[in-house]
Design a protein around this ligand. Structure first.
Ligand code: SF4
Length: 362
């Protein structure tokens, strides 16, 4: 629950902004309506205080025009469509550090329905690097909605994820669309999603890790066990009382911590125990993504300001450097270490889940 909720002048005039206002009023949270479209009062005396103020604030704003020009997001999906930017959790390796400018406030978009309608213009279009999705132009265009936020972490406040799920489900039912939604979360409140008309057009994924990594580094999120139970609820066929969603497991960020084989074996065993229903008969549509830990000079600098006492290893001397196409550097594990981990995960996954394809390792 945020300590402060601010609506900009434009956002409160949007019908979806009004719907968010109703939800938040019902939760008895203090609400401010700004006179203009600026959110102020996010800066503290130092970085720590700014972090605390911003993380406790939910801003409801209109997405800027630039948000309507969707960017490719390989390897996760074709296009990213952000329903919000900023996240209430406190992961020491946070992917947002260094990619979002300014204080880490959560900004949820009141003009979401307009953004969703606009995704129709991207259906049937595919960025050049399609990765695991293949080059078949008749396949659905995929939209990743959780690049810059944790969608379930704010769903009780905004209802934005449900809006997206309904949109893609209903387009498909009317045979108008050819788009699919993908989301990923480290939270577990999924009951409000179970009865939505997703029509198989949303893949619900949960980001999980070895318990020891999650406990040390993923502040404010649901436990790994709770996330697995949420995965189970969404994956369970409707006739068995679940959501009947296509689902996915994202194991991230994978780290070669001492005893990593044992820790990750325990995790894989637990997934197999939890997803124990017709998976074996091939009735559950599940796949997996493997993402190893990486950082950039910029993200390291921000993370060390946010979490000065972190136990997260970010030692450039033990890493390999990778350049992106814009000339930026990121630090990944060395090739031999990567290969060892990748081989382990591929073999252990395929052995336990022969019907759940591996999408990629990165
Ligand atoms: Fe960052 Fe994702 Fe953790 Fe949120 S859940 S703090 S976006 S890494």
């Amino acid at each position: 629950m945020p300590k402060r909720v601010v609506f900009t002048a434009d956002a409160i005039n949007e019908p979806f902004g009004q719907a968010i206002y109703e939800r938040i009023s019902a939760l008895d949270l203090p609400i401010e309506i700004a006179k203009n479209n600026r959110i102020t009062g996010l800066r503290g005396a130092d970085e720590r205080e700014t972090y605390r103020l911003a993380k406790n604030t939910l801003a409801i704003v209109n997405a800027p025009p630039s948000a309507f020009k969707l960017q490719p997001i390989p390897p996760s999906a074709d296009w990213q469509m952000n329903l919000a930017e900023g996240c209430p959790a406190h992961c020491h390796y946070c992917y947002l550090a260094g990619s979002l400018a300014g204080p880490p406030v959560v900004r949820a978009y009141a003009n979401l329905p307009e953004m969703l309608a606009h995704t129709a213009t991207y259906e049937g279009t595919y960025p050049p690097n399609r990765s695991w999705q293949g080059n078949d132009a008749s396949r659905p265009t995929t939209f990743e909605v959780s690049c810059y936020t944790d969608v379930l972490g704010i769903e009780h406040l905004t209802g934005s994820l449900a809006e997206c799920i309904r949109h893609f489900g209903e387009r498909q039912m009317g045979h108008r669309g050819h788009g699919q939604l993908r989301f990923v979360s480290k939270y577990d409140q999924v009951d409000s999603l179970l009865d939505l008309p997703h029509n198989g057009q949303t893949r619900a994924r949960f980001s999980i890790n070895a318990d020891i990594v999650a406990r040390r580094l993923e502040g404010g999120t649901a436990s790994v066990e709770a996330r697995l139970q949420a995965l189970r609820k969404l994956a369970l066929p409707k006739e068995l009382g679940g959501g009947g969603y296509p689902v996915g497991v994202v194991i991230a960020p994978i780290m070669p911590i001492p005893g990593w084989r044992e820790h990750y074996t325990a995790l894989l065993d637990r997934i197999a125990e939890v997803i124990d229903f017709p998976r074996n008969a091939g009735l559950v549509d599940m796949n997996v993504e493997f993402i190893s830990h990486r950082f950039t000079p910029g993200s390291k600098e921000v993370l060390l300001q946010w979490y000065p006492n972190t136990s997260l290893e970010m030692d450039e001397a033990t890493r390999a450097q990778k350049r992106n196409k814009f000339g930026g550097t990121k630090y990944v594990y060395r090739p031999e270490e990567m290969k060892e981990m990748k081989n382990f995960f591929y073999a252990e996954w395929q052995h336990r889940f022969p019907n759940a394809p591996i999408l990629y390792w990165t």
